[in-house]
Design a protein around this ligand. Structure first.
Ligand code: HMG
Ligand code: MG
Length: 298
């Protein structure tokens, strides 16, 4: 049976914008986040406290957090790769943070400049500081269904990293198909393996749509009892350290699927589409949501 409720984690302002070549102004970033909360999204990853040398697009995250209109009941989160990032996030008033590890060694090196083991050791003080400040921490695992440098990744490798993140106190573990090569059978099998160690309600799916498989992967994951999915409005996004990783699953397309299944989310599709259309116009980019494009013709 399918879950009755699904939570959408909107990652467009972070995963989406971190990969845009054209720099986006602060006011447009703030407007995007406010449009998304107005559409009914209750969890928005609004920025990233990483090195500006690595990801210049996220250098103004503190200003974004200062500029948004915080809607009660909405969680505004940010990525924090280390204690320095966590402290900056705390200062900016971030309510929830996320640490990010990888299931493949090569990707870990390229993305965060350290081994998987080193990254996990680096997260421990972040989790400790977060606990002391009452801040919840989400954990990401990248390359769960394939690595741009190593190819196939075994579910066992993913489960090992996910378990460590969960054991150190991450309340939710998001499994990222960073390059979008995963297919439905593999996605379902992966969650089946990881759920042997971590309760299903603590797991999330993060599917990039590079190969057009993201919605199918979501459906397969729903059948496996997963009820939290990450998506980006207008299908913005990708990862600067994974070639070909353009495009998260579009939030509009995910919402359309969930609406069709009668699964409640509380999000207004029309307002979400409008938010996506607006940011695409500002960026001068095609809308990656099929639903948004279809509605345009209607
Ligand atoms: P490093 O070079 O090993 O770090 O990078 P370091 O500690 O040696 O510091 C080097 C410089 O960075 C120093 O500055 C630090 O102060 C500064 P300098 O002395 O040279 O002027 N620095 C920082 N500045 C601001 N905020 C910080 C910070 N930390 C150090 N937090 C580091 C290591 C992790 C910092 C770097 O590799 C980095 O920032 N990587 C971020 C990469 C990234 O953001 N990737 C995209 C997000 S992950 C993703 O998209 C995948 C996901 O969507 C899931 C999926 O799809 O799979 C989540
Ligand atoms: Mg991603």
């Amino acid at each position: 049976t399918l879950p009755r409720h699904v939570r959408l984690v909107e990652v467009g302002p972070r995963d989406g914008l971190q990969n845009e070549k054209r720099p986006l102004g602060l006011a447009d970033k703030v407007r995007l986040v406010d449009d998304l909360s107005a559409a009914g999204l209750e969890y928005i990853e609004a920025g990233s406290f990483v090195s500006p040398k690595w990801v210049p697009q996220m250098a103004d995250s503190a200003e974004v957090f200062a500029g948004i209109r915080r809607k009660p009941g909405v969680v505004y989160a940010a990525l924090t790769p280390n204690l320095k990032g966590f402290e900056a996030a705390l200062e900016a008033g971030v309510e929830e943070v996320a640490v990010f590890a990888a299931a493949s060694e090569s990707f870990s090196q390229k993305n965060i400049d350290c081994s998987i083991a080193e990254s996990l050791a680096r997260f421990v003080p972040v989790l400790d500081a977060a606990r002391a400040h009452g801040v919840r921490v989400r954990g990401y695992v990248s390359c769960v269904l394939g690595c741009p440098y190593e190819g196939e990744v075994a579910p066992r490798q993913v489960a090992d990293v996910a378990r460590e993140l969960f054991a150190m106190g991450c309340h939710e573990i998001s499994l990222g198909d960073t390059i979008g090569t995963g297919t439905a059978g593999k996605a379902r099998a992966l969650f089946e393996v990881v759920a042997r160690y971590i309760p299903r309600e603590r797991l999330a799916g993060h599917f990039h749509d590079t190969y057009g498989q993201a919605l199918a992967n979501v459906y397969a994951s729903l059948l496996e009892g997963i009820a939290v999915f990450d998506a980006a409005v207008a299908g913005l996004g990708g990862c600067p350290y994974a070639r070909g990783a353009s495009g998260n699953l579009a939030s509009e397309d995910l919402l359309y699927l969930l609406n069709g299944l009668g699964i409640h989310t509380g999000i207004d599709l029309d307002r979400l589409i409008a938010a996506g259309e607006r940011i695409c116009a500002v960026l001068g980019r095609d809308n990656g949501s099929r639903v948004a494009r279809a509605r345009r013709g209607a």
